[in-house]
Design a protein around this ligand. Sequence first.
Ligand code: SAM
Length: 278
Amino acid sequence: MGKGGKDKGKGKDKGKGKDKGKKGGKKGGKKGDKGKGKAQVVVEPHRLEGVFVSKGKDDSLVTRNMDPGNSVYGEKRLSVNGDGDEKIEYRVWNPFRSKLGAGIVGGIANCAVKPGAKVLYLGGASGTTVSHVSDMIGPEGVVYAVEFSHRSGRDLTNMAKRRPNVVPIVEDARQPQRYRMLIGMVDVIFSDVAQPDQARIVTHNASFFLKNGGWVIISIKANCVDSTAAPEAVFAMEVDKLRKDGVKPKEQLTLEPYHRDHALVTGIYRAPKKKKDE
Ligand code: SAM
């Protein structure tokens, strides 16, 4: 894609199937399409680096596919003409299937997950969002994806075989010492473990792997932390825990309407000074 420019090309849909969401290339063509049967797809860079928008009746968030020709979870792919003969493929990112995707669509101001970033991703599951992070960070970046379920970890590992910038780690994120030899220092920790002690899990990992001044991005599911309290109160409590352990909050946004009673919180980490007797 020419930097900052619009890409035009044809829609293509070879996702594995069930996704009946928006489509980049409509069938049937439109005015000026000379009856070729497919409308052109226009892709523009998003305000945030590493993500793009496919323009249409409804705009869709897309990432540039690191593994052209393949979908990861049945998502749609769009092909557009790059410079010269080059074709560029994008994958549609459904915000209903991803907290980070919902945060971007919802207007997050800053996103440390960007081209070249080193990311520690806690709660990788089968790799739906991890795959878009892999697209966003590109070949210069790396995403270490930690997932403790062996079943999901298998899918994650298979996906990583086709994406050299993904390092799957099938481990418990509460035990970072078990995987510390696999990970270097990172620029950002993204967490979506949906656990009541998530704040502690994140800052514990930060103390091992996050550089000073690095970012944390956390998806908080209110009823995973306290199902009896009001979501806003839970979010405030979680932000407070992060603050006590060295995270200066920068942004908080709701993930409605995509994920009910969820918030995305970002902040900057500075390792707390150790007391002398520690
Ligand atoms: N982020 C994923 C995505 O968008 O594709 C979805 C994550 S899902 C909400 C939460 C995941 O965190 C589950 O797959 C669960 O197995 C994993 N998880 C929960 N606790 C964990 C822990 N202590 N260590 C590693 N993974 C954990």
